[in-house]
Design a protein around this ligand. Structure first.
Ligand code: FAD
Length: 285
């Protein structure tokens, strides 16, 4: 099923993200985690794409495993480190496997700055995917602005280019203060961007994750969130419980404010996905 049709129903949806293994020896455990999450029957599940594309077949394999469980898969695809030939090879593989949804991304510029020359921005990839077949296309958006963008206005203009190139919905970068998303929605709607926006929510369940988030410039951490980290950061079980509760509260507030598409960065953790799903059993069908 196409994700645009799922979102068009206008009901609250809960979806989850998994990431593929970096090496073959981890494949079975990642696949097992993906199957467990799929057993929760989310609206769809996304499978990320390894930077550089070296593990692209794992993305397609995990997405196929999700599909075999009866859950709609969304395969991510990045372009900046790939040739056009490689990208079209991946699209052919997805089509052959009946995977209809692609999240089209530029990908991060590697630290050494070495990229292929075929693509500069995600909008170019979106145009090509659109021409390549009957895919439903998603893209990334950044309520706090993308790290490289000069300002939010320019970033929103570039988001508009992605929508005009043919993307059907957008998924946000994680955020920890819902007011940031509400303000962003106002700004993008004002610019005529009307595609569904799926809110990306990260349940922060351990101290290592918090360090990574802090190192990502621009992610605002509200004082309520910082207090949780200060109090429970050294206690893994308490941090996990508090992190799941914080994410769940964020989701309830979003749905109460009619942000219906919720995507949880579940990081291959079926127990985290299960607890969130259970806490929302009467809120998301
Ligand atoms: P773009 O939309 O191309 O934007 C990149 C930058 O260029 C922005 O600053 C934008 O404002 C600017 N820009 C765009 N067009 C123009 C233009 N015409 N002129 C000048 N500037 C322009 N990474 C992975 O490696 N694998 C994944 O699976 C993955 N999944 C992700 C999922 C989500 C929901 C999100 C939010 C991010 C994900 N990422 C993933 C990270 C993503 O690849 C990086 O954030 C990357 O740096 C930007 O990708 P993009 O598709 O948003 O790029």
């Amino acid at each position: 099923m196409k994700i645009r049709d799922i979102l068009a129903e206008g009901k609250p949806t809960l979806s989850f993200e998994v990431f593929p293994p970096k090496t073959e020896d981890k494949f079975d455990s990642v696949e097992a985690a993906a199957r467990e999450i799929a057993a929760l029957k989310p609206a769809f599940m996304s499978v990320t794409y390894g930077a550089g594309g070296g593990t692209s077949s794992y993305t397609a394999d995990i997405a196929s495993a999700v599909k075999a469980q009866g859950v709609t898969p969304l395969a991510h695809l990045t372009c900046v480190s790939s040739t056009r030939e490689k990208v079209h090879g991946v699209l052919r593989e997805l089509k052959d496997r009946g995977i209809e949804n692609v999240l089209a991304l530029r990908g991060d510029i590697p630290a050494d700055g070495r990229v292929e020359k075929d693509y500069r921005y995600a909008s170019e990839l979106i145009g090509e995917i659109k021409a390549a077949g009957d895919f439903c296309i998603g893209a990334a958006c950044y309520p706090e602005g993308h790290v490289e963008s000069v300002n939010k206005t320019a970033d929103i203009q570039h988001l508009k280019e992605k929508v005009e190139a043919g993307c059907d919905f957008v998924t946000t970068q994680m955020f920890f203060d819902n007011n940031i998303l509400y303000n962003y929605l106002y700004r993008i709607r004002e610019q005529g961007i009307t595609v569904p926006v799926v809110a990306g929510i990260m349940p922060v369940t351990n101290a290592a994750q918090i360090k990574r988030i802090c190192s990502m410039s621009g992610t605002y951490l509200p004082s309520r969130f910082k207090a949780i980290v200060d109090r429970f950061g050294d206690n893994p079980a308490a941090m996990k419980q508090a992190g799941i509760a914080y994410a769940t509260e964020q989701i309830i507030d979003l749905i109460a404010n009619h942000v219906n598409g919720i995507h949880v960065y579940s990081m291959n953790k079926p127990d985290v996905a299960e607890q969130i799903k259970r806490s929302l059993s009467e809120i998301v069908g």
